[in-house]
Design a binder for this molecule. Structure first.
Ligand code: CA
Length: 219
């Protein structure tokens, strides 16, 4: 899952990026409203964490612009402003939830996961596709009740595929969900991870749709 962190405070930004990264998310970080708009326009993010007090264009304007253009990416407002009016304005402008600074990092991560679940349309923290079950919080995967051990990349790929069971995702979409700006991507890196994933879960679970991409189906 790839997140955009919009935060101009370097100390908070570093801590949040680190915490979300440790929790298995791919995080890109921008520090002002204009950069946020540019980043969000390419549609690769599963969620945005938005600080309201930003230099130049403030967070509320970013949010309004986003929703005006029909971009439905889930937005979690993370703000020091504790005025009730700001929070209400944010939610009315199309934010999905908010967290007030100072916040507990574990709570922030739990809210991010809850929002992603809600957005995917499921209330359960578990992703399931037939006998294949993925637990995003505990980082566990089981197939027919047997634990399957995956690397962090394999897990992320499977999580992305299991967000939309049956949907075919292109190599490019899978790359986007897996790698942030700062990471070098080998030309066949995603294929290598998918190959290993298919070896562990079976090619009837992770199906290759020739020339199009990959999908997960109940084995
Ligand atoms: Ca700020």
């Amino acid at each position: 899952m790839r997140l955009l962190l919009i935060e101009d405070d370097t100390m908070i930004g570093r801590a949040v990026r680190q915490g979300l990264g440790d929790a298995g998310f791919t995080v890109d970080w921008v520090m002002d409203g204009r950069a946020a708009e540019r980043a969000l326009s390419n549609g690769v993010y599963d969620l945005a964490l938005l600080d309201l007090g930003l230099p130049g264009q403030d967070g509320m304007a970013v949010l309004q612009g986003l929703r005006t253009r029909g971009n439905a990416v889930p937005v979690l407002i993370v703000t020091a402003r504790d005025a009730v009016a700001d929070r209400i304005a944010g939610l009315n402008a199309g934010a999905d939830d908010y967290v007030l600074k100072p916040f507990d990092l574990d709570e922030l991560i739990a809210r991010v996961r809850a929002l992603l679940r809600r957005h995917a349309g499921g209330g359960s923290p578990l992703l399931q596709c037939g006998p294949l079950i993925l637990d995003p919080v505990r980082k566990q995967v089981s197939l027919k009740g047997e634990t399957v051990h995956l690397s962090a990349r394999e897990f992320s790929l499977l999580e992305t595929l299991m967000q939309r069971p049956g949907a075919v995702l292109s190599r490019e979409q899978l790359e986007d969900s897996l790698y942030g700006w700062t990471e070098e991507i080998g030309s066949n890196a995603v294929e290598v991870h998918l190959h290993k994933l298919r070896r562990k879960l079976g090619a009837d679970t992770i199906r290759n749709v020739r020339g199009v991409g990959y999908k997960v189906v109940a084995p």
